[in-house]
Every structure is written in structure tokens, then in C-alpha cells.
Design a protein around this ligand. Structure first.
Ligand code: PMP
Length: 408
């Protein structure tokens, strides 16, 4: 019989544990650089103005009800999501090679993709999944929960605090044919380091030669450069190269819809004469997996995103809101770097402005991170990652001074 007393204690999730420690700290100077959620210049959560507008429109609709969505989710939402990722005139869409399901944000999309691959992905080799080193830690759990084995490819160079491109390519070349390669489409978490377009081209070329399967994770479109198309470039390049691939898309960050869990999973079949039929069969299996796990996805977040994505005026405003967020983060990168340089803090700080997106990999060691927490009430993850959105004009000098002190 099952005996609950044999269940071992699992460790606390490090990130959510960090959040709890921050909340318990009652020092007024405390700084939260842990969780990857946008904050305004007053360190407060920011409801995007365009989301407020969409919310008003939804609430005014006299036909609004709380019925179930279809299994694959809100159709206006999934089709607008395809266009946002692939471009409205994508050949993959015209050729009906794309099938998409609304999911429980990006995590749900990753899970649905991993589950689908674990059931249906056939290859001669072991189906190893490769993650970047480092990566978003939840990747490990999501894929091992469905019994897929993983390895890592080199990604971050400690020396340059940039991309370890040679190590990355070398590992791709050595991977078994058919291996699944998880790629962060833009604004890599946790490093803030992305390949250049030239490097993406080379990555895609090697993956094609080695017959590797791309699993693209996109959680920050519009957040990296402030430009949706630019941030979508890598995905479009892979699709243009004719790969069969999957995409996990999150709207948590770029719409500030964290808790509403709006996301999408996309399967793109490689071009062929029966690609449309294949795509339909894939869709039928995905629907069964979705039905057995969540029946159908939650409505509100998808309604908000869909209202914006399908209305040209609101879409234009969304782009402005994205610029507000990415612009403030860029300003904070500049301010932090110049303050550290002004203080003569040991080390080089150019990586702070060279890295992009929500995070910066500072290069601080675990010991220094703990010292910052104890001495200065600054909360960041042990790997030295800071969420740039936690900095603002009121605390950036304080943080720079705290770093300076910890490094001397
Ligand atoms: N992938 C990466 C790389 C992420 O950073 C995140 C968010 N932290 C996600 C996926 C998914 O997040 P969510 O489930 O909140 O959309």
C-alpha cells in the first residue's frame, strides 16, 4: 500500500524561497532583484495601459460569459499568436503546416511539447534533450517529468561574460542525430546573452546538418530589443530553413499577464506534400493530451492578449508599452554600469550594458551574493543573476555601492 510517510522532503523552489525571504525582511532599504517580473520606477508591478484598455473592452461586452473555451483554446488568440511569431505572410501558415494550442503560459507550452515528444517523437538515438548551460532551471524538471533525459551545451563564457559560441557549436556537432535542442529564442534567461543573427544562422546550419530538432522557448518577445520583429528573428529563420520544430510561447512578461497564464504551444511540420495532413494528425493527438491534463485553458489572459493582438490601434499601443518597459531597463543598465565604473568597483562592467532583456548575469559569486543579502538586504539568485527590472532611480546607486562593498 502507498504510505505517505515514505515521501521524502523536496527542496523548496529556490526562486520562490528567495521571494519569501525578501518579504520577511523589514529593512526599508531592501532591494528585490530576484524574480523576473517587470517593476516600474517605484518598484511596483505595472499593469500595461493597453491591458487596462483591453480589460475595459472585454468587460463592456454584453455577451461576455464564463463558458468553457475549446480544448485548443481561444481561436482568435492562437491564430494571432502564430502571426506574431511567424509573420502574417509566413509560408508555414499559408501551407497549413502550423497547429497551435493555448496553454498555461510558457511553462504549460513547454510541458505540452515535452509530453508530446515523449509520446510521439521517434528517432534512432536516445532522444536526449539539450539545454543551454546555464538555463532556466525549470527546464530540467519539465522535461525529466516526462522521462526525457537531458544534457547541456556550453553557452556562457565566464571569461568574456558573453556567448561561448565555439563550445556551443562543438556540442551540437557531437550530439546524436535526432537530439532535441532547447533554444531560448531571445533574451536568454539567466544570462541576457543572445547569439547574433550570423551566429543563429550557423547554429541553424549545424542543426540541419546534424538533423537536430529545435524546441524554441520564447518568453521575452519584445522585451529584448523593444521590437517584436527583431526579437522574433531567430524563430523565423529556423522556420525559413524548413525545420520541423516546436515553439513554447509565453505572454507573461511582454503583456505583464504573469498570473493569468496566457501562452501558446505551436507545432510546425516540415514542408512536404502531405504536411497539411500530418499537421492535422499532430493536432488531434495534442488535443487528447490537452484534454487529459487541463481539459481546456483559462479564458481571461487569452481574451486580453487576443483583444490587443487583433486590434491595430491597441497593437500599436502595446508596442509603446513594450518600449516603456525595455527602455527603462536599458536606462538602468546604463546607470548601473556608470555608477560601478565611477566607484572604481573591481572588475569590468561592460557586460551590464551588453547583455539584453530582463536579466543580467553580473559575475558575482555565490559568496558575494550572500554577503550582499546579509550586509545590504539585496536579494538576487545565487548564480549572480539580477532582474534589471528591480532597479530604479531610487535604488540603483544604493545597489552599486552595495556591490562595490561586497567586492572589496
Ligand atoms: N521559459 C523561460 C526561459 C522563462 O524565463 C520563463 C519565465 N520565467 C518561462 C519559460 C515560462 O514562464 P511562464 O510559465 O510564466 O510563462
Amino acid at each position: 500500500a502507498f504510505q505517505a510517510d515514505t515521501v521524502p522532503q523536496a527542496p523548496e523552489d529556490p526562486l520562490f524561497g528567495l521571494m519569501a525571504a525578501y518579504r520577511r525582511d523589514d529593512d526599508p532599504k531592501k532591494v528585490d532583484l530576484g524574480i523576473g517580473a517587470y517593476r516600474d520606477n517605484n518598484a511596483k508591478p505595472w499593469v500595461l495601459p493597453v491591458v487596462k484598455k483591453a480589460d475595459e473592452i472585454i468587460r463592456k461586452d454584453p455577451d461576455l460569459n464564463h463558458e468553457y473555451l475549446p480544448i485548443a483554446g481561444l481561436a482568435e488568440f492562437t491564430s494571432a499568436s502564430q502571426k506574431l511569431l511567424l509573420g502574417a505572410d509566413s509560408p508555414a501558415l499559408k501551407e497549413k503546416r502550423v497547429t497551435s494550442l493555448q496553454t498555461i503560459s510558457g511553462t504549460g507550452a513547454l510541458h505540452l511539447g515535452a509530453l508530446f515528444l515523449s509520446k510521439f517523437y521517434r528517432t534512432n538515438a536516445k532522444r536526449t534533450v539539450y539545454f543551454s548551460n546555464p538555463t532556466w532551471p525549470n527546464h530540467f524538471q519539465v522535461f525529466s517529468n516526462v522521462n526525457l533525459e537531458y544534457q547541456q551545451y556550453p553557452y556562457f563564457s565566464k571569461e568574456t561574460r558573453g556567448l561561448d559560441f565555439d563550445g556551443f557549436i562543438k556540442t551540437l556537432k557531437g550530439a546524436d542525430e535526432g537530439s532535441i535542442i532547447v533554444l531560448h529564442a531571445c533574451a536568454h534567461n539567466p544570462t541576457g546573452v543572445d547569439p547574433s543573427q550570423e551566429q543563429w544562422k550557423e547554429i541553424a546550419k549545424v542543426m540541419k546538418e546534424r538533423k537536430l530538432f529545435p524546441f524554441l522557448d520564447t518568453a521575452y518577445q519584445g522585451f529584448a530589443s523593444g521590437d517584436l520583429d527583431r526579437d522574433g528573428w531567430a524563430i523565423r529563420h529556423f522556420v525559413e530553413q524548413g525545420f520541423e520544430l516546436v515553439i513554447a510561447q509565453s505572454y507573461a512578461k511582454n503583456f505583464g499577464l504573469y498570473g493569468e497564464r496566457a501562452g501558446c504551444f505551436h507545432f510546425i511540420t516540415a514542408p512536404s506534400s502531405d504536411a497539411e495532413e500530418t499537421t492535422k494528425r499532430v493536432a488531434s493527438q495534442l488535443a487528447i493530451l490537452q484534454r487529459s491534463e487541463i481539459s481546456n485553458p483559462p479564458a481571461y489572459g487569452a481574451r486580453v492578449a487576443s483583444t490587443v493582438l487583433n486590434n491595430p490601434e491597441l497593437f500599436a499601443q502595446w508596442k509603446e508599452d513594450l518600449k516603456t518597459m525595455s527602455g527603462r531597463i536599458i536606462d538602468m543598465r546604463k546607470a548601473l554600469r556608470s555608477k560601478l565604473e565611477e566607484l572604481g568597483t573591481p572588475g569590468t562592467w561592460n557586460h551590464i550594458t551588453e547583455q539584453i532583456g530582463m536579466f543580467s548575469f553580473t559575475g558575482l559569486t555565490e559568496k558575494q551574493v550572500l554577503k550582499l543579502r546579509e550586509d545590504s538586504h539585496v536579494y538576487m539568485t545565487k548564480n549572480g543573476r539580477i532582474s534589471m527590472a528591480g532597479l530604479n532611480t531610487n535604488n540603483v546607486d544604493y545597489f552599486a555601492k552595495a556591490v562595490d562593498k561586497a567586492l572589496r
